[in-house]
Design a protein around this ligand. Structure first.
Ligand SMILES: NC(=O)c1ccc[n+]([C@@H]2O[C@H](COP(=O)([O-])OP(=O)(O)OC[C@H]3O[C@@H](n4cnc5c(N)ncnc54)[C@H](OP(=O)(O)O)[C@@H]3O)[C@@H](O)[C@H]2O)c1
Length: 290
């Protein structure tokens, strides 16, 4: 499905590198069919020497050469990037955006520039564990995107972890849960490790015990297909140590705190989206009055 396609990354930063590494090591795409453009020449040199991918400094050259374009630049520059290449894009190309908070509608507006053309745009929300091929990516497809193109988008991100389909309206909740989620888990890891040190363990030992406990518990939850409550009960013997620890967590409001965190991050994601839309509308008004 992917092997016959030419894949182009506009922006060769962290997310692009994670995907390139995953795609090559899974043999989903050959390095000769991967192109990367970036404004930083050193970055291109590094990606070429490390992964043997083809690199170009000009985004237009990359767009001309590729069937699938991954927009892997920061959200603040995505509109300018599209504006400069839009005349080279048509309905035969698939556009996959990883830019947080940039709606499909915005990408389509920039692409169309007032014309009534059709484009294939998919918006995604990966997370940082993609850097170690253990990410999770939510995928939302725009109108007109074919089933085959949606499958291609899944394949791209299966190289760096798992994928799920969502309606675009749910991407704020995805951002609040799995997008920001790694930070919640890192804070929990840090706190548990501190707790081990408080109880007299060395930092190194506390870190290993904590990180492996989080990793192993996640793997058990994933592979056993058991409800997390059942897995928790397996560790919790009557009158034992775990139930005392769990009671302390309940007293500290762990569940409500985590729910509040996801709700707060989801609401912030919505707010940032609304602010971006306002700026866009103001920009359009200024353009018209020029
Ligand atoms: N990293 C993650 O885990 C993660 C998770 C979810 C979503 N995302 C999304 O992924 C996108 C990329 O994130 P990232 O962390 O990979 O960012 P990054 O490391 O900053 O990579 C972006 C790269 O694009 C380059 N660039 C800037 N302007 C360009 C242009 N006009 N043409 C070509 N390249 C250009 C940047 O150069 P300069 O550094 O000189 O600007 C940089 O090398 C973002 O939109 C972000 O929202 C990332």
């Amino acid at each position: 499905m992917l092997r016959s396609k030419k894949l182009g990354f506009i922006g060769g930063g962290n997310m692009a590198e994670a995907m390139i590494k995953g795609l090559i090591s899974a043999s989903f795409v050959e390095p000769k069919n991967i192109f990367v453009s970036d404004v930083v020449p050193d970055r291109l040199e590094f990606l070429h020497s490390e992964y043997k991918v083809k690199t170009v400094q000009d985004n237009r050259e990359l767009v001309e050469k590729c069937d699938i374009l991954v927009l892997a630049v920061k959200p603040q520059v995505i509109k300018k990037v599209i504006e400069k290449v839009r005349d080279l894009i048509d309905a035969k190309k698939l556009l996959v955006s990883v830019a947080a908070g940039v709606p499909i509608e915005t990408i389509l507006e920039v692409l169309k520039a007032g014309q009534n053309k059709k484009y294939n745009v998919v918006r995604t929300m990966p997370n940082t564990p993609a850097l170690v091929q253990e990410g999770v990516t939510a995928i939302a497809a725009g109108d007109n995107v074919s089933k085959v193109d949606i499958q291609i988008a899944h394949r791209l991100f299966e190289a760096v972890g798992k994928t799920v389909d969502v309606e675009e309206v749910h991407l704020d909740a995805v951002t609040g849960l799995s997008g920001s989620g790694p930070a919640y888990i890192f804070m929990i890891i840090e706190a548990l490790s501190d707790a081990g040190v408080k109880m007299g363990l060395s930092r190194d030992v506390a870190n290993i015990l904590t990180v492996q406990t989080v990793l192993g518990s996640a793997k058990l939850a994933l592979e056993s297909h058991k409800h997390p409550g059942e897995l928790k009960d397996m560790v919790t013997s009557p009158g034992g140590t775990t139930i005392s620890g769990l009671r302390a967590l309940e007293e500290g409001g762990l569940r409500s705190t985590l729910m509040n965190a996801v709700e707060a991050a989801t609401n912030r994601s919505k707010e940032l989206g609304r602010n971006a839309k306002k700026q866009e509308d103001n920009g359009a008004k200024e353009d018209k009055s020029d």
